[in-house]
Design a binder for this molecule. Structure first.
Ligand SMILES: CC(C)(COP(=O)(O)OP(=O)(O)OC[C@H]1O[C@@H](n2cnc3c(N)ncnc32)[C@H](O)[C@@H]1OP(=O)(O)O)[C@@H](O)C(=O)NCCC(=O)NCCS
Length: 174
C-alpha cells in the first residue's frame, strides 16, 4: 500500500531515521531535519506543522507550506512539500512542489508516485497549475515531472521550469 501522510507533531522514529538518510541539500532540495538530534527533530516538526497552518507570506522565499511523507507498506520512504502559493522569487527558483526519496528506495517508481499523490493534494489546496523547478543535470526529477504531465516552459543556465496542468487529472502518475 502506498500513501501520503501529512506531517504531524506526533511523528516518530521511523520518519526521523528516513530523514537522516536523505541528504541535507541535494539538487536544490533542502532537508533541514538531516543532522538534528531526535529532540531537535521533534521541535522541527512543530515548526513545520506551523508552516502549514499559516495563511500569509512570511517573506519572498517563505510561504505557507505543507510537508508529507510517502509511506510504502507502512515504511516512510520519502518526503514531499507543497507551497500553497508562489512569489516572484519562487516562480523562478523553488516552485510549488519538492520531493525526495531516500537513496535505498530510489529507482523503484516512488519518485513518480509521490509527485502524482502530491498533485492530488495540491488540487485539494486549490492549486490548478503546479510549477516544479529542476536543475539541468537532474535527469531523474525531470523524468518524474514529465511522467506526471509536466511541460517544460523555460530553460535557464541552471534549471528548467516545468508546469503541470493540475486540472487535467489524467496527468497524474497514480
Ligand atoms: C528525483 C528523485 C525523487 C527520483 O526518485 P526515484 O524514486 O528514483 O524516481 P523513479 O523511480 O520514479 O524514476 C523516475 C525516472 O527517473 C529515472 N532515474 C532514476 N534515477 C535516475 C538517475 N540517477 N539518472 C537518470 N535517470 C534516473 C528512472 O529510471 C525513471 O525513468 P523512466 O521514466 O524512464 O522510468 C530522487 O532521485 C531523489 O530523491 N533525488 C534527490 C532529491 C531531488 O533531486 N529532488 C527533486 C528536486 S526538483
Amino acid at each position: 500500500m502506498i500513501e501520503l501522510r501529512k506531517l504531524s507533531v506526533d511523528d516518530g522514529m521511523d520518519v526521523y531515521v528516513m530523514l537522516q538518510e536523505i541528504p541535507k541539500k541535494e539538487n536544490g532540495l533542502m532537508n533541514n531535519a538531516n543532522g538534528l538530534s531526535f529532540e531537535e527533530y521533534k521541535e522541527w516538526l512543530k515548526r513545520k506543522y506551523a508552516d502549514s497552518e499559516r495563511i500569509s507570506l512570511v517573506d519572498g522565499w517563505k510561504v505557507p507550506e505543507t510537508t508529507y511523507w510517502l509511506y510504502v507498506d507502512g515504511e516512510p520512504v520519502g518526503f514531499g512539500t507543497i507551497r500553497h502559493f508562489l512569489t516572484d522569487a519562487l516562480r523562478k527558483v523553488g516552485g510549488h512542489i519538492g520531493y525526495g526519496i531516500a537513496p535505498k528506495y530510489r529507482e523503484k517508481g516512488y519518485g513518480k508516485k509521490i509527485l502524482g499523490l502530491l498533485l492530488r493534494e495540491a488540487g485539494c489546496l486549490g492549486i490548478d497549475r503546479v510549477l516544479v523547478t529542476i536543475q539541468l543535470d537532474n535527469a531523474a526529477s525531470k523524468a518524474v515531472a514529465l511522467a506526471n504531465g509536466g511541460v517544460i516552459t523555460e530553460q535557464t543556465d541552471e534549471r528548467i521550469l516545468v508546469w503541470i496542468d493540475n486540472a487535467q487529472k489524467s496527468s497524474r502518475f497514480i
